[in-house]
Write a protein that binds this ligand. Structure first.
Ligand code: Y39
Ligand code: FE
Ligand code: FE
Ligand code: FE
Length: 244
């Protein structure tokens, strides 16, 4: 494939997808059917992100105000994506979305019950935020005009959320390293399975699975590097569960 500098990635994603995606009919039954699940996933994800940051605020009193600010943004994102569904006259399949997040939801809750800040941050601020960033980056070039504007605003916030996790884990790197490796081993394979589960629906929306994986790997790998892992460790961690 093409090799492009990071600075040109956004253009590359747009070109690559516009090149291969036939004109999308946002009102077709097939588009709206796929949208009822992807839109629900995003709405449920934003709701759970709100809950998770409220929970994290209880676990990290030093960062309580910051975390409650992030939580508030997630609520706003959720309302934005609900408006996107209404705009297309799509009813979100929330039961599907709740089942979609079940495993990560359970793992976050268990970690929170045990007071495991590092695991909670890895699940929400690294894995889920990276999933959101890759999905939103890949969606923007193929979205309808209304949803594109909303999503462009949202993705900027998601980078801030990822940055919160990076900064906290970087400041506590040596003490967090072993727990990060274990939490990554438990949770990253779940994300690859989730991606496979929605790949067909994403494709109907003009989003290529290959592009989603690529963007996820770049963003997640950069985050792990920023936190303090070596390139070798980053490779090992970010590919965990990918081939299964
Ligand atoms: O931090 C956040 O706002 C994350 C909750 C939102 C998750 C969004 C999950 C997106 C997955 C979409 C998959 C489409 C292929
Ligand atoms: Fe290629
Ligand atoms: Fe969000
Ligand atoms: Fe977020």
């Amino acid at each position: 494939g093409l090799t492009v500098s990071y600075a040109r990635r956004k253009d590359y994603i747009a070109m690559q997808q516009l090149d291969i995606t036939p004109a999308l009919d946002y009102q077709s039954e097939s588009y709206k059917d796929a949208y009822s699940r992807i839109n629900a996933i995003v709405i449920e994800g934003e709701q759970e992100a709100f809950d998770n940051y409220c929970k994290l605020a209880e676990l990290i009193p030093d960062a309580k105000d910051d975390l409650l600010r992030l939580a508030k943004m997630e609520k706003r994102h959720m309302k934005g994506f609900q408006a996107c569904g209404r705009n297309l006259s799509v009813t979100a399949d929330m039961a599907f979305a709740q089942a979609f997040f079940e495993q990560l939801h359970t793992n976050f809750k268990q970690a929170w019950d045990e007071g495991k800040i590092v695991t909670c941050l890895l699940i929400q601020s690294l894995i889920i935020e990276t999933f959101a960033i890759s999905a939103y980056n890949i969606y923007i070039p193929v979205a309808d005009d209304f949803a594109r504007k909303i999503t462009e605003g949202v993705v900027k916030d998601e980078y801030m959320h990822l940055n919160f996790g990076e900064e906290w884990l970087k400041a506590n790197f040596e003490a967090s390293k072993a727990e990060l490796e274990e939490a990554n081993r438990q949770n990253l394979p779940i994300v690859w399975a989730m991606l496979n589960q929605v790949a067909d629906d994403a494709n109907v929306l003009g989003m290529e699975k290959e592009a989603l994986v690529e963007d996820f790997m770049i963003t997640y790998g950069e985050a792990l590097g920023n936190i303090g892992f070596s390139s070798r460790e980053v490779m090992k961690l970010s590919a965990q569960g990918l081939a299964t």
